[in-house]
Design a protein around this ligand. Structure first.
Ligand SMILES: [Zn+2]
Length: 176
């Protein structure tokens, strides 16, 4: 069994804990193809677990969720968040109850949805202390089993790749 979230804290913090690019919280097995193309942007997209879609679609749209495999479109410029290869309606940013990190550039947008690390909070720590402890703090929580990225993060998996890229982006902007 893949238990990537029990890896050493430093390994998790570096986002090197996943096995075959999969997090152990993503354990849903379906027959549907592993990837599908977004109907709007054509972006090759990965499967997302049903529980993620059910948790994050706004309540007024929840009864539109069909009994199909959904995929998550990560294309920054595309409005679509969840779609299916079947002929059913897709869900856009407006249908999702949180701002999607990959698609929203604002400072108030979360990179980590479980422990509330927004771009702004990451930036403030960097400005105030000169370093970022976000990924280590998150890794500690993951190891303690308190992370719920499978339902809180719109991509339905670990945030650490996004957190680390947000840190890098802020550092490179500061040094310009
Ligand atoms: Zn798309």
């Amino acid at each position: 069994m893949n238990t990537c979230c029990t890896s050493p804290i430093e390994t998790i913090a570096a986002d090197k804990h996943k096995v075959n690019d999969e997090c152990c919280l993503v354990a849903e097995k379906t027959e549907a193809p592993v990837t599908a193309k977004c109907p709007v942007s054509g972006t090759l997209s990965r499967k997302v677990q049903r529980r993620t879609v059910e948790h994050l679609i706004k309540s007024e749209r929840r009864d539109v969720i069909e009994n199909v495999q959904y995929y998550y479109c990560a294309e920054p410029t595309c409005e679509v968040v969840y779609f299916s290869g079947e002929n059913v309606p897709y869900f856009t940013k407006n249908n999702v109850s949180v701002k999607v990190f990959a698609k929203e550039p604002g400072d108030d947008v979360n990179a980590c949805y479980c422990f509330d690390w927004t771009r702004k909070r990451i930036q403030e720590e960097l400005v105030n202390t000169g370093k970022s402890t976000a990924s280590l703090q998150i890794a500690r929580e993951i190891k303690a089993g308190t992370c719920a990225c499978d339902v809180k993060n719109p991509k339905g998996e670990c945030c650490l790749g996004d957190v680390n890229s947000a840190v890098k982006e802020i550092i490179s902007k500061k040094s310009q």
